[in-house]
Design a protein around this ligand. Structure first.
Ligand code: NDP
Ligand code: 8X3
Length: 252
């Protein structure tokens, strides 16, 4: 079988990094993206004995950089069969009346507009070939709204809508589109949300077994390795201890 190439955004940590490691084990060639170049270089060094790896460092908020980076891919990595739209974060956890506009900008610009820019840079080659697979990483925050989650939840509701819209519009090209919506996964997500307050971040995952990034990577690997006629369109994954965004069975 011909080797596939996957482009993963947000590959420097958490779910994106674990997916890169899982894909490398499964003989998938990798284009790994993120802002932290040193981490991309380390991951490339770690995975290069298993598969071909190319790294691209850009901020998904910068439209020109996104298009330039993807347009400039070397020929052997230019054909993207699988796009994992994963880059994103929550910034802050504040009630709407006191939320920071900088946090709001970051979440809408990264989680929504960044995902659109990367998709726009890649979809034309997929429509031209009439093949491809796009996985959008949403969240339970895209299915529910929780206290103080306001704008992060809005950004993930937007990802949910974009995922559905992509599937409809790309249907005629035979391109598979689906979303994976995780619940609580222990990554650097909460360290970013709480702006480096690592104690508060660790507290989010105390008293229960959260999902690990490897749990999600395993599921993404399953999704992309189904036969072509199978498209897993929308998948919610929770830790067993979590029933909803606000109901988590904790033993403290
Ligand atoms: P991490 O903080 O561990 O990873 C986030 C990744 O996104 C990093 O690789 C980071 O790379 C990248 N990223 C962030 N901002 C930008 C930017 N402006 N430009 C380019 N890349 C960027 O968090 P997770 O792995 O948990 O998050 C991955 C995805 O999963 C996100 O979309 C998140 O919303 C979603 N998610 C997470 C859940 C969780 O509980 N952890 C649950 C549900 C969904 P770098 O900083 O190097 O640019
Ligand atoms: C990440 C999960 O519950 O922190 O999307 O929003 S949550």
């Amino acid at each position: 079988m011909e080797k596939k190439t996957a482009l993963i955004t947000g590959a420097t940590s958490g779910i994106g990094k674990a997916t890169a490691i899982e894909f490398a084990k499964n003989n998938i060639r990798l284009v790994l993206c993120g802002r932290r170049k040193d981490r991309l270089e380390d991951l490339k060094a770690e995975l290069s004995s298993q598969t071909d790896v190319h790294i691209l460092s850009f901020d998904v908020r910068d439209k020109e950089d996104v298009f330039e980076a993807i347009k400039g891919l070397p020929q052997e990595f230019a054909r993207i069969d699988i796009l994992i739209n994963n880059a994103g974060n929550a910034h802050g956890l504040d009630p709407i009346q006191s939320g920071s506009t900088d946090d709001w900008d970051a979440m809408m610009d990264i989680n929504v507009k960044g995902l659109l820019y990367v998709s726009k840079a890649i979809i034309p080659q997929m429509t031209e070939r009439a093949s491809g697979h796009i996985i959008n990483i949403g969240s339970t925050a895209g299915k529910e709204v929780y206290p103080n989650g306001n704008v992060y939840c809005a950004s993930k509701h937007a990802v949910d809508a974009i995922n559905k819209g992509m599937r409809i519009d790309l249907n005629q090209y035979g391109i598979r589109v689906g979303a994976v919506h995780p619940g609580l996964v222990e990554t650097e997500f909460s360290n970013v949300r709480f702006k480096g307050d690592d104690k508060r971040a660790a507290g989010v995952y105390k008293g229960f077994d959260p999902l690990t990034p490897e749990d999600i990577a395993d599921i993404i690997r399953f999704v992309v390795t189904r036969p072509y006629h199978v498209n897993i369109a929308d998948l919610i994954v929770l830790p067993t201890a979590q029933a909803s965004s606000t109901i988590v069975k904790k033993e403290l």
